[in-house]
Design a protein around this ligand. Sequence first.
Ligand code: GEK
Length: 243
Amino acid sequence: MSDSHDSLFAQPLGRIEGFSFDEQVARVFPDMVGRSVPGYSTIVAQSGSLAERYATPGSQVYDLGCSLGATTLAMRRRIHAPDCRIIAVDNSEPMIRRCREAIDTDTSTVPVEVVLGDIADVEFERASVVAMNFTLQFFAPAQRPALLKRIADGLLPGGALILSEKIAFSDPQQQVLHTEMYHSFKRANGYSDLEISQKRSALEDVLIPDTLPAHYERLKNAGFSSAEVWFQCFNFVSIIALR
Ligand code: GEK
């Protein structure tokens, strides 16, 4: 197996630590996210198309929880509005180091500022597009409403938030159905039952999903005028929320 193949949970682990975005995870991240998130490549690519549609001249575009910069690069390659700038933020140093390398070797021209920092501290200014792909789920639940309100306040009229998340279901039957279908997606992508169960334990208390109605309610309270799912595969969704 290559160095970048995700086998972090393949061996029995005596004690399972809470999942963190450390050096080991950053090294295997493209393989991990591609095999673990249904629809990931579609969501990243279409974030680029949505950014192309919503980015306005002279505005700022944010990528919150940018990891290695996949969404930033998809948006950078599609934005044509003049004088736009992308601000990519992540609080994992190993992710940000690799993200900077990826941006430096990319030849597209929209300026990108790569920031090592917490999304709680970002000041949103003249924002036309905010992408938050699979990051809010890792952010403290009690702080989610305030973050979304600050994003809504920082968006220009007509601006858009692309919010992708793993979701929970209030109906127990749906919860079981979607969880089992998700695990069969992971198995089909080469993860063993041991890997699936150890990763699940590591993410417990770290990745805290909300239900779709909870997302809609919070987006409305934050000041978004509308929100709709534009992509869903089992318990993974991407929402477009409009200012
Ligand atoms: C992609 N969007 O490839 N502040 C900053 N960054 C954070 C915070 C925080 N409070 N909490 C978590 N992160 C990416 C994929 S991964 C999703 C996003 C996943 C960062 C964390 O360090 C990690 O890089 C990212 O959010 C989540 O399109 O692994 O499922």
